[in-house]
Design a protein around this ligand. Sequence first.
Ligand code: NAP
Ligand code: MG
Length: 400
Amino acid sequence: MSRIEMKTPIVEMDGDEMTRILWQLIKDELLTPFIDLKTEYYDLGLKNRDETNDRVTVDSAEATKRLGVAVKCATITPNAARVEEYKLKEMWKSPNGTIRAILDGTVFRTPISVKGITPNVRTWEKPITIARHAYGDVYKATEMKVPGPGKAYLLFEGEDGEVKKELIHDFKSAGILQGQHNLIPSIESFARSCFTYALDMKEDLWFAAKDTISKQYDHTFKDIFQEIFDAEYKAKFEEAGITYFYTLIDDAVARVMKGKGGFIWACKNYDGDVMSDMISSAAGSLAMMTSVLVSPAGIYEYEAAHGTVQRHYYKHLAGEETSTNSIATIFAWTGALRKRGELDNLPELSAFADRLEKASLSVIESGRMTKDLALLTELENPVVLNSQDFIKAIRAELEK
Ligand code: NAP
Ligand code: MG
């Protein structure tokens, strides 16, 4: 059988622990036998990040800007225990944080639906994608405990000498204070990423905040979305037959619970944090969730939503059998391959990505799955496969 040709390489960011093991298995069993796989390889494993003083992370993000599409394996974000375990020179920053800072994007997370694992919300027929703004608000806030009576102000001193001062509260008792901020360029790129992604997915886009209460802060988010939509995306949305609308966050929650799914829900940072956990738990498992970082310039980095599955890795090192779910990592690869196929006009490559996804889900639907799913499924007597055999079963399905 001749293998599918590629034109432009995909940026390949290898990672750590159990997901690194799955990564190699996926390439050997599911990709290279079928595709003449072209990648530009960056080893983001913790050892190599330490050896290169984390230069490799920056290089991989720069390569993504150049080539347009990346696929990333889960990586360790070092803490004190990891500094000791890997004898690190420094407690290197989260690679995802570094990459996000360079590509400047929004993270989109979508549950992977499969027959036999039904979402807890009965009306959901299609997955709901959460688009979470990843900058500012309560995550970059300054807080203070107010010891007793006194006045608190919001104070801005412009570089040009302009001063703005607003009374927050005339305290008659002890209290608490919080100062939040966000940045117009960051909100603009959040909006553009959401509109670009909606067009890509051909799905409606909702944006929800609380502008009735927050008349300057949330209202600015609402206005920026609307201005950018009207000026740059309205005609494209009409052509694609999709819609954009803004609604209050409480109205959005009510509609989501009664809706059929199949749309993108853009959320401010905190709302996105909370709502993405709601959507993913209602859908079942972290290992059944895709995650993609989309930059406003139309650059894509695909990854799994979960971590390196450390506990399973230690079992693997001890020679014990593991049953780690590789679906999210497989779907990171298929996302990247499909996008590469679209950009390079290689329909065969995109079609292969579709087939691989279908084969992966067929194996689960046939009752063969990893342990995490066996605990969730409504299918009777599921067969639990180990990490390797699950991937081999997908290969057999693919070859059919
Ligand atoms: P984790 O790797 O997501 O695993 C947490 C638990 O979830 C696992 O112990 C396992 O439960 C279950 N799980 C997650 N993925 C699974 C899969 N594919 N198949 C089966 N079960 C799965 O999170 P963590 O243990 O908190 O973090 C481990 C490392 O990952 C950390 O060093 C962290 O820094 C890193 N991390 C990286 C990323 C990223 O690169 N995107 C994201 C998050 C965390 P059981 O053990 O009960 O089976
Ligand atoms: Mg959270």
